[in-house]
Design a protein around this ligand. Structure first.
Ligand code: SF4
Length: 627
């Protein structure tokens, strides 16, 4: 459609003086949605039907009415675990990404992003990024590199893995993840290799909070239904800055607009705390004392959910174990529980934490009144920064249990309820090995790998590594004792081969033998599913250049053919590597990487995802309907 164009007085003057070019009487035909105030067609986002051919004014040349045509390709942000939806605006003339906006159809983020989402454009255009595989020249850490091809990378690394597996040195093959983000993919690969090779950063991050939840019901994270909550308690949270920032923040705001009250337990007067109804600035490490005082008030005042406690807790077992002399009736359970927490008075909590006793009592009453619509969350900080921090999560979830708000509308759900588990092709059975470098004997209760001990164990001679992958992982910089990592990484007797899979240079990659460029959000395949709210969803992170070429009728075999330079992705990398580890199938590995559709042929990445998507309940039907 055409829009009448009336220049402003300033524009007319500038035009007459020749400061700007002559303006058109009318803007040319284009597909822009009218955005006039009050128009029923007012649109925040391009309609889905227009994604293949979307026109916008050229931002730097709008005065002449010049438009730019885009192909909009959806993908998923890779800059935190929230996995928000992104739309890549691909210039139809050049095939380049010009900007990223939110994807309105993503159920978690609903079109909104934090600043890091659209900033993906800075990452892909980073002039210092690594665009080709590099191999070390000279000694480790000397800084000498040469460019090599992916074939050489695959052959050389596969040979070392094959040798380690053949010589029964399976514990020497290790994959260490920093930024996670693809559902179970690497576990499938490591199972196929038969190695207990997974290591993670989790033990210096979320393991403490996870343990606190896991011992309640096995699910080791909370998934609060903020949007429908009547009372929200956030610990160490800056509008949930730690995790799921954007999806959580927008739902907390919705609840607040509907009248929900918010309490924030944080020593900082964060933005969130400043907007909360109750700010509880605890002295670090005293959060659990406050939470138990809240529990005591709820028990003393009878503002707990009797039905839930009766049906969902093993109160009889506890009575029998700790108070065998008491008659096993619910009233005695409550009585003994009150005795158990008798010391945790609001005054005790105030003396410990600095939070006024009055506030503790008010918050307890708010939780009691919210009942099953009480949503709460703790992530890192209080749970990871203090000795015994796991008790913070445990005590916080105790309040959910007392109020009966576990798994309820407006309550706090086990994360596993919001996690999609894909059916993958040719899954390998779980490996049968136990790597004591990850789970050492002396820490039988460790929740996640004791990853911070790895360099110390290597230096003590408790083991060595033949092939060590660091995946978007930079312990030299992020772990407390970076120099211990440098010592281990420098020594080829401790780590025979180190391959760093990373989109950018980092301090750990500097000590690698191979630096392997992997893609940012718009350059890789991953399945993503996280507990951003009360709902189950999967997101598909996809390489947008590859998809753009497919739409142009120019499909590629490998993603690095479409990406900038030779930037690759792990999905295809692991298939190709595994195939070369076991080229003739004699190790029993190759079969897990064969096509589910073509006998004895290598699986392609399209086949891998086709297999999964064909098995997502409801998806094939919707796809067929939409053509
Ligand atoms: S909240 Fe996380 S996933 Fe969402 S846009 Fe920000 S960085 Fe990306």
């Amino acid at each position: 459609m055409s829009h009448a164009f009336k220049p402003s007085w300033i524009e007319s003057t500038a035009e007459n003086l020749g400061i700007i070019p002559k303006l058109p009487d009318k803007h040319p035909e284009h597909d822009l949605k009218p955005v006039e105030s009050g128009s029923p067609d007012l649109a925040n986002f391009p309609a889905y039907e227009d994604w293949d051919d979307w026109a916008e004014y050229e931002a730097k040349d709008w005065a002449t009415g010049k438009t730019k045509r885009y192909s909009l390709v959806p993908t998923v942000c890779f800059n935190c675990e929230a996995g928000c939806g992104l739309l890549a605006y691909m210039d139809k003339e050049t095939g380049e990404v010009r900007k990223f906006e939110g994807n309105p159809h993503h159920p978690g983020s609903r079109g909104r992003n934090c600043a890091k989402g659209p900033a993906t454009i800075n990452q892909i255009n980073d002039i210092d990024r690594i665009l080709h595989p590099l191999k070390r020249k000279g000694k480790r850490g000397e800084g000498g590199w040469e460019r090599i091809g992916w074939d050489q990378v695959l052959d050389e690394i596969a040979a070392e893995i094959r040798k380690a597996i053949q010589e029964e040195r399976k514990d020497e093959v290790v994959y260490h993840v920093g930024r996670p983000g693809h559902e179970g993919y690497i576990e499938r690969v490591l199972n196929a290799w038969g190695v207990d090779g997974h290591n993670s950063h989790t033990n210096i991050c979320s393991a403490g909070a996870r343990l606190g939840y896991a011992i309640w019901h096995g699910a080791d994270r909370p998934a609060p239904d903020y949007a429908n909550a009547k009372f929200i308690l956030l610990i160490s949270s800056h509008l949930e800055a730690g995790h799921y920032f954007n999806p959580h923040a927008q739902r907390i705001m919705e609840a607040k607009n509907e009248g929900a009250k918010i309490a924030v337990m944080d020593i900082r007067l964060s933005n969130t705390a400043s907007r909360a109804d109750y700010w509880m600035p605890t002295r670090p490490g005293t959060e659990a004392a406050v939470l138990l005082a809240v529990a005591k008030v709820m028990l003393d005042e009878g503002i707990y959910n009797e039905t839930f406690l009766k049906e969902w807790t093993n109160w009889q077992d506890w009575l029998k174990a700790d108070h065998s002399d008491a008659e096993p009736i619910f009233e005695n359970f409550i009585e003994k529980l009150r005795e158990h927490y008798a010391d945790y008075t609001p005054e005790f909590a105030e003396a410990e934490s600095g939070v006024p006793a009055k506030t503790v009592i008010e918050v307890a009453r708010r939780i009691g009144a919210a009942g099953t619509q009480f949503a709460a969350h703790v992530w890192r900080s209080a749970a990871s920064g203090n000795l015994g921090g796991w008790q913070v999560a445990r005590c916080l979830h105790f309040l959910n249990v007392l109020s009966g708000s576990v798994g309820t509308f407006g309550g706090t759900l086990p994360n596993s309820w919001g996690k999609f588990h894909p059916s993958v092709p040719n899954p390998a059975p779980p490996h049968k090995t136990w790597n004591e470098l990850h789970f050492p004997d002396e820490y039988p209760l460790s929740h996640y790998e004791m990853s911070f001990l790895l360099p110390h164990f290597l230096k003590e001679g408790r083991g060595k590594l033949a092939v060590y992958f660091t995946r978007v992982f930079n312990p030299v910089w992020t772990y407390p004792d970076g120099f211990s990592w440098i010592e281990a990484l420098r020594d080829p007797k401790l780590i025979g081969l180190h391959a760093a899979l990373t989109p950018t240079w980092n301090e750990t990659a500097f000590f690698a033998d191979y630096v392997l460029p992997v893609g940012h959000a718009s350059e890789r395949h991953d399945l993503v599913s996280y507990e951003t709210h009360s709902g189950l969803w999967i997101g598909f992170r996809q390489p947008v250049h590859r998809e753009f070429l497919r739409r142009q009728g120019k499909p590629v075999t490998f993603t690095y053919e479409a990406n900038p330079g030779e930037v690759w992705e792990e999905d295809e990398f692991w298939i190709e590597l595994s195939w070369r580890v076991d080229p003739d199938g004699s190790l029993g590995i190759r079969k897990y990487f064969e096509s589910p559709y073509r006998a004895d042929e290598k699986m392609t990445i399209d086949e891998y995802y086709q297999y999964i998507f064909e098995r997502v309940p409801g998806l094939p039907e919707v796809a067929e309907k939409e053509g």
